[in-house]
Ligand binder design. Structure first.
Ligand code: IMP
Ligand code: MG
Length: 187
């Protein structure tokens, strides 16, 4: 194994903090979309662990209130972005964004909002598919790094400007399966 590979440093958000906060988000979302059908639109690949736990948290919140019913459907998109010096990132759709979203309530599920270009692009793309409503739920937000105004409806945690990995987030496709969020340390 290469010795130059950076190592995860300190734990920034522990497993139990993630669990508690996602339970709160699930409760909030199940209240806000009570008796509606909701399309959870996961942004591959970083959001997969958050997506899976959030979907279950929305269901669990319903169990505590039997009058509440949120029918949840899963859809996914995959995007790629090119960072080109100081120029704004160019974001492209690789796959997803089905016609099913037409006239549906859509909740974008993201791992992290950094510059905001990805969410801005996705909101603009979804507009062409004519959904009923579009909201954004991100596990992490780096507000100090936003380059474009982005409307985010649900935020798990605001974090400082650090490169983080784990719980779906990667460095060169590594560390996605850490069960917590960690800062990355250079060798
Ligand atoms: P944007 O800059 O808001 O468009 O975010 C682009 C994407 O960069 C995010 O969806 C993540 O996949 C990735 N990203 C941004 N910051 C981090 C980080 O600290 N760790 C891992 N991935 C990140
Ligand atoms: Mg992402």
């Amino acid at each position: 194994m290469s010795t130059t590979k950076p190592l995860p440093e300190s734990v920034l958000i522990s497993e139990s903090c993630l669990r508690n906060r996602i339970r709160e988000l699930g409760a909030q979302i199940s209240t806000d979309y009570e008796n509606q059908e909701l399309v959870l639109l996961g942004v591959l690949r970083g959001s997969v662990l958050f997506f899976a736990d959030l979907a279950r948290a929305i269901f669990s919140a319903q169990l505590t209130d039997s009058g509440r019913d949120v029918r949840v459907r899963f859809e996914f998109v995959q995007l790629t972005s090119y960072h080109n010096g100081t120029k704004p990132s160019r974001v492209q759709l690789i796959r997803g964004g089905s016609d099913y979203l037409q006239q549906r309530h859509v909740l974008i599920v993201e791992d992290i909002v950094d510059t905001g270009h990805t969410v801005k692009f996705l909101r603009e793309h979804l507009r062409t598919l004519n959904p009923k409503t579009v909201k954004v739920c991100t596990l992490l937000d780096k507000p100090s790094q936003h380059q474009v105004p982005v409307a985010i409806d649900y935020i798990g945690f605001e974090i400082p400007d650090a490169f983080v990995v784990g719980y779906g987030l990667d460095y060169a496709q590594q560390y996605r399966n850490l069960p917590y969020i960690a800062r990355l340390e250079s060798p």
